[in-house]
Design a protein around this ligand. Sequence first.
Ligand code: NAD
Length: 702
Amino acid sequence: MTTSDRPGMVMCRPTHFGVQYVINPWMQGQIGRVRNDVAVEQWNRLYEIVAGLTTVAIIEGVPAHPDMCFVANAGLVAGDRFMPSVFRFPQREPEAPLFSDWFADSGFEVVTLGGDDTFEGEGDALFESDSASWIWAGYGVRSSLESHQSLTETLNIEVVSLRLIDERFYHLDTCFFPLPGGRVVYYPPAFDELTLAEIRCRVPTDKRIEVSESDALRFACNAVRLDVTLITNHVSKELRRRLAAWGFDVRTTPLDEFMLAGGAAKCLCLIGRQDAGTSGEGRLDSPIRHTEIQLSGHLLDSGLMNRLFDSVTDGGGSFRVDQFTVGQRHDLSSTARVRVTAPTQERLELILNTLQPLGAVTVTEDTDARLESVTQVGVAPQTFYSTTIYPTDVRVSGQWIRATSQRMDAVIVIDDSDGENDPSARCSLIRDLQNGDRVACGVDGVRVRRTATIAGKDEFAFMSAGVSSERRVELAVEELAWEMRRIRAREGRIVFVAGPVVIHTGGGPHLASIINLGYLDVLLTGNALPTHDIEMNLFGTSLGVDLARGVGVHGGHQHHIKAINRIRSAGSIRTAVEQGIVTDGVMYACVKNDVKYVLAGSIRDDGPLPDTLMDLYEAQAAYAEAIDGADMIVMLASMLHAIGTGNMTRAGVRLICVDIHPAVVTKLADRGSVESTGIVTDVGLFLNLLATRLVDEDASDG
Ligand code: NAD
């Protein structure tokens, strides 16, 4: 078949069109509502416009296949070849052989992409307009990412994978329209952020039109181009003006009957004359990458499988469960092997990074970690492996080495063998990197070890962390008091992280009595808690409010500043206590009981108190040192300090987070281990209950 024999456009008569099932949000509530006579009339008008501009071949519709008129989903034409669709929904599957037969009879070579990966033809595969040197391809709703790899292999052409995230724009051609001159018209909210970055990287600003929601929902992007004429169901004045400035004449023709089924102009036309550009001599390698992962544990009841699937799709990848063995009893764990696919190696690594904390292990032949040297002080190589809170091993020269100083958001530096010592691995903050440091990059050769549960089993129990406001606070306090007493009995370390709300809510005296009972080893806070605590002691107010009466005191707003000034004149909180200036409260209890405290400064700070560390690096280092060896960290109503501390805490440390805001508690408790408990409540009330419980239990010990 020569180029001129091929039809410019292929259309399928809507004789049997209607909405008979629901496979996209547009069809919802529309079953039986299509007026077929009106649809036929609208189709005829579209046909007349298209046929006035190019040759059109017509496929006759077949009864019982109401969506056949949406012929763009029949497959994809590239030169003499026709690649039939592999439909996602069984309702449309029977169309595939009908279309294949038609294209074969019309002289096309029918080439199947192979495998059972879904691919919905030109609906999700649009050639770059000028040279057809790449295909913009949609995935995420109908077509699979894997089909993009098959497209590259079959056509030897670059495929740019674009992830669709809004089911209303289920095919790429509903929200993306490439035009000559390297231009595109598209609706950004239909895509994920990484896809938008890819589009914006390939297409400069002056060559992109981002359409409004109103245009998008009337399928303005679902347009047919024939030379400089664009045919669509709708175009706003503004979009028409912008397209005219690019030299295009837009012709609209109503297609609202087809929109009841979620289709418009482009869906009704398949490009029949499409020369697929060759991409040079050699075979192109698809950027799509796969890897096999394995995980085990209580995968179903813990919700871990769902978390895994969500993490893969949220990261722009896809998955296929190759094997799943379900634990036969509640105490037995399940095992899954899952194939993860991502559009690029970089995105695959990002996804794997999010799967590792869930306990997923890559099933690959053991390879050494890729190490890259630091070439700029305080800057990591771009593809560095970013750490989690979990124990992590790195493979160096065939040997797995456990990284030390585990924390999240760090990099892993390998200190090589010097002949006498074996190589070692340590977590390092990016800012501490020195030239020549060798940093683990990518995810190969790095594995995260799962946290042992309280039962001591090496299995992973995500979501077993409790976050509940419904749970009675009394019960949570009872359990916490029991644990604290056990830690104190074995001379373990308990760290409290607290914000000024502790004082404002009247929790100060209760925290002081917990300190006096010997439960606290370290207090981590900022400038505000000690300020208001000392204000309370000196003036009987917290931020100018008399807590006993619950009213503001005249001139009280100056109290905290006066308190800070008093301590500044003494030189430090400790000196102020020793000089008898401060006689009660949380800080007094800390000094008297030799409890270490670290005050980290912030931009909000007044004064500050002389003890407050205003150098952020120094403050972070002092916090990190203070939590080293902690058995338990209790975080009380300070988002800033609690999250800051959480980030530098390795897995295995018991965390209790108390805050009135559920989101803060969830963020801290949701660390993928049983060691976290979140308690959503007022911190003053909580401290009252905890102190009372500890005092009573200590008293009953005699
Ligand atoms: P933050 O916003 O980080 O945390 C406050 C937390 O308390 C929030 O998560 C909130 O949900 C929670 N909360 C509020 N009321 C509560 C209640 N009744 N019970 C339980 N939780 C409750 O703020 P922050 O930690 O208070 O302060 C951030 C930084 O600003 C700190 O370094 C602090 O020292 C500093 N600061 C300084 C001054 C000062 O110097 N005058 C004053 C205020 C804060």
